[in-house]
Structure formats: structure tokens, C-alpha cells
Design a protein around this ligand. Structure first.
Ligand code: ADP
Ligand code: MG
Length: 272
């Protein structure tokens, strides 16, 4: 190597993480009782375009973590940096999908999807074009004028996902988005989410209590312990993309699932 190569090497850029969490703790005060230590010394980084899932038993602090990242819950200590800035409130660069889609019953599908754009007073023209694109992508074309009461649970959830995408957030936070769906709808939704992700190049952080779902979707799985929630492992998932349902039969897939399940072996099983 000559001296001339050095500046070239020095210019090689490593993209900074989109999310950087360090030494994060959360303690809830309770009325009269002892405080609840929900999260303990959580640290991880997520890079641009990654699909990261978080798996852990009920009550281990998954929703607490997601709400802190979303800027709707205060941390007790530690550092949470998103897009280079410490999180100190909700951000329009983040889309959040909650477990229940909470659609407004008096707004039709298109109007529900447009809600964040209306709240942020974005131009209706551009927003409507994006809304229709995501509605198409989510397999809801033709249902734009239907009301939530006329949709199945799976369709409502897909509307919730389109709504989280409509203002083009770079980061999508999803809290057990498919938890209430039957197994078959859930599989379809997993595939659709992967398709939306690969076409829109978002960074996705998705919480689930299903180990196979966590493995199927992710580039990396963050495994949490029961309360107080700590990270017991972060596992790289080396399964090719695009993912297909048959891949759950790969020996490698089974190994990942067993490795994660072993973390919970001593303290009981998760639902799936
Ligand atoms: P998960 O999403 O993994 O099921 P949560 O983040 O909802 O877990 O909750 C983690 C722990 O914090 C649980 O023990 C829960 O009871 C407690 N918790 C959650 N929210 C509150 C709150 N607002 N006040 C007090 N305790 C809470
Ligand atoms: Mg939860």
C-alpha cells in the first residue's frame, strides 16, 4: 500500500446507527407499592435499513422499550439516540404501529391512512398519492372507501401499518402488530410486511412474543429476559432473502428457534 491510499481509506464511511441505546433503565413508580424495575441496562445499535425484532416473555418490558424509542414514555436513565439526536418526545420521522390498530370508525380506509398527514398538515396531494401506494402495497386496493367496521381484523391491522407509513418515516416501530390475528392471517401479514419493507427500505424495530416470527422477519433478534428486562442475547439471522414460508423448515431456522427458546427454558415457555 502506498501513502496515497491512506486518504482513500480514511474516506470510507460507515453509516452511523439509526438507533443507539446505551445503559437504558426504566423504573415505574406504583401507588403505594414497590417501584417496578421494567428495563435494566439495555444497550444496542440498529443500522439504517435493518429489520430488528425483539422477543421476550410477557411483562419483560418490550412495550416499555418501544414506547421509550417512540418518545412517548420517559426513560429513568441512560441514552437513547435516534437519527443522531437524543429522543425527547415523539418525532415525525418515526411511524408507530400499536398492537390494536385504533382506527377512527367515522373515517374510511383512505382517510384513516391519511390521519398523520392531516395532523402534520402535509399537502393532501402528495400524501394521498403515498396513501394509495401503501394501500395497494398492503393488498387493500378497492377498499379505500370502506369503514373500519366493514373490515376484518387483518385488514384493519394493515390499515394501521399504512397509516404508520404515510408520512414516510425512516423508522417504523411495531408492537406485536400481528398478535391478535389467527395463524394464517399472521403468516400472510409477515410476508406482506417483508415486501413493504423491501420496497420502501425502512428501518424496522418489531416486538413480538413469537420466537418463529422473530426469526422469520429479522436480520437480528434481540432476546430479552423476564423482568427486569435485560438483553440476554442478540442473534444474527443468516437466512437468505427474500424469505419464504418454506424457510421455516430449514435446519438453520430450527437452530435459531431452539437457541432462543433455550434462553427461556428455565423460566417457562412463550406462547409459540
Ligand atoms: P411487555 O410489553 O414485554 O409485556 P411491558 O413493557 O408492558 O411488558 O411491561 C413491563 C413491566 O412493567 C410489567 O411488569 C408491567 O406490569 C410494568 N408496567 C408497564 N407499564 C406500567 C405502568 N404504566 N405503571 C407501572 N408498571 C407498568
Ligand atoms: Mg407489550
Amino acid at each position: 500500500m502506498t501513502a496515497l491510499d491512506v486518504p482513500t481509506l480514511a474516506r470510507v464511511e460507515v453509516a452511523p446507527p439509526v438507533i443507539s441505546v446505551g445503559g437504558l433503565n426504566k423504573t415505574y413508580a406504583t401507588q403505594g407499592g414497590a417501584p417496578i424495575h421494567a428495563l435494566k441496562d439495555i444497550r444496542f445499535d440498529i443500522r439504517q435499513g435493518e429489520f430488528v425484532t425483539v422477543v421476550g416473555p410477557s411483562g419483560c418490558g418490550k412495550s416499555t422499550l418501544l414506547k421509550i424509542l417512540a418518545g412517548i414514555l420517559r426513560r429513568s436513565s441512560g441514552e437513547v439516540i435516534i437519527g443522531g439526536k437524543p429522543v425527547d418526545g415523539p418525532s415525525r420521522d418515526i411511524g408507530v404501529v400499536f398492537q390494536a390498530p385504533v382506527l377512527l370508525p367515522w373515517r374510511n380506509v383512505l382517510e384513516n391512512v391519511l390521519l398523520p398527514a392531516d395532523i402534520q398538515r402535509l399537502s393532501r396531494l402528495g400524501a394521498e398519492e403515498r396513501a394509495r401506494r401503501y394501500i395497494d402495497l398492503a393488498g387493500l386496493a378497492g377498499f379505500e372507501g370502506k369503514y373500519p367496521g366493514e373490515l376484518s381484523g387483518g385488514m384493519q391491522q394493515r390499515v394501521g401499518i399504512c397509516r404508520a407509513l404515510v408520512h414516510e418515516p425512516a423508522l417504523l416501530l411495531m408492537d406485536e402488530p400481528f398478535g391478535a390475528l389467527d395463524a394464517m392471517t399472521r403468516e400472510t401479514m409477515n410476508l406482506e410486511l417483508l415486501r413493504i419493507w423491501s420496497e420502501s427500505r425502512k428501518t424496522i424495530f418489531l416486538v413480538t412474543h413469537s420466537i418463529p416470527e422473530a426469526v422469520f422477519l429479522a436480520d437480528r433478534v434481540i432476546v430479552m429476559t423476564p423482568r427486569p428486562g435485560r438483553i440476554s442475547d442478540i442473534i444474527d439471522i443468516d437466512v437468505p432473502r427474500p424469505r419464504e414460508l418454506e424457510m421455516i423448515n430449514l435446519p438453520r431456522f430450527g437452530k435459531y428457534v431452539s437457541a432462543i427458546r433455550r434462553h427461556f427454558g428455565a423460566v417457562g415457555k412463550l406462547d409459540e
